[in-house]
Design a protein around this ligand. Structure first.
Ligand code: C5P
Length: 281
């Protein structure tokens, strides 16, 4: 058995072009950072490829991005990969944290190692981009700028050593990414909500998917405004297409206090996680 960690991400910044491309995607300009929240994937050689996961709601069929990764790999490999893959899920899904994409990227790297195929970054990147726009980032999860539809990834050297305590809050519902993009030009700003750029550590924090997502889920806008008022919170933003809202603080203790207060004051059923952005820094 071989075990791999798949870290999640948050979007420090996400800007989207209003124009739909010919392929149906939108051009984006994203600043992405890894966080210390990880899924674990275990690989066993097997007679066929099967997926196991005890978390309810995770599809175990071909629609799972891990399965898509295996199939994409097999196209190049020309044979079956034959792995029994157990996913220990800690990253919530429909959350804007890239959990499924991270699992897919790790799967490509894992089968490449286990089967000894030694495909290089170029081949892995090509397979990753077919699986999803966020997947290439997770082949080398360091603070990166992602452009094109998200698949063109450039590490940001001057942020390699940047880190911050973070608190994540996610309500029980998730957001479907295609919905957020579809509503981009058909939604309005909610009154009293601050969508503007927030500055911290020489980084501009903004998420242009907040407008369409908040229009359907005003609770997320309320969470953002609540977060911004909490002691020690320097930035509060939605990650990706939601439904995770995150806040950056000065100290881990402040992040912890915000998480506890959020459960007490907002919703006792919130998923919360306190940790670090870019934990390897
Ligand atoms: O690439 P991925 O499969 O994660 O994208 C899911 C959906 O999100 C796409 O089908 C598209 O509707 C939307 N999307 C987009 N522009 C992007 C990324 C995603 O419109 N850059």
């Amino acid at each position: 058995m071989t075990s791999y960690q798949a870290p999640a991400k948050i979007n420090l910044s996400l800007r989207v072009s209003n124009k739909v491309r010919e392929d149906g995607y939108h051009n984006v300009d994203i600043l992405m950072a890894p966080i210390d929240l990880c899924d674990t994937l275990e690989f066993h050689n097997s007679r066929t490829t099967t997926l196991l996961c005890e978390t309810p709601g995770v599809p175990l069929d071909e629609s799972n991005l891990v399965f898509k990764a295996v199939r994409e790999f097999e196209k190049l490999y020309g044979r079956k990969a034959k792995q029994r893959i157990t996913i220990i899920k800690r990253v919530p899904f429909g959350a804007g944290l890239g959990g499924g994409s991270a699992d897919a990227a790790v799967t490509l790297q894992a089968v490449n190692e286990i089967l000894g195929t030694n495909y290089g970054m170029e081949e892995l990147h090509a397979m990753a981009a077919v699986i999803g726009s966020d997947v290439p980032f997770f082949l080398n999860p360091v603070v990166s700028r992602c452009t094109g539809r998200g698949e063109i990834v450039t590490p940001v050297e001057h942020l390699a050593g940047w880190t911050r305590p973070v608190v994540l809050l996610k309500p029980q519902f998730g957001v479907a990414t295609p919905y957020a993009y579809k509503m981009l030009t058909r939604s309005r700003r909610l009154r009293g909500v601050n969508y503007g750029v927030q500055h911290l550590d020489d980084i501009d924090f903004v998420n242009e998917l907040e407008r369409p997502v908040f229009a359907k889920f005003p609770l997320l806008a309320a969470m953002k405004m609540w977060l911004k008022e909490q002691e020690g919170v320097r930035v509060a933003l939605m990650s990706g297409s939601g439904s995770t809202m995150f806040a950056l603080t000065d100290t881990p203790e402040q992040a912890q206090a915000v998480a506890e207060k959020a459960r007490a004051e907002l919703d006792p059923t919130l998923f919360v996680h306190c940790g670090m952005v870019n934990p390897q820094a």
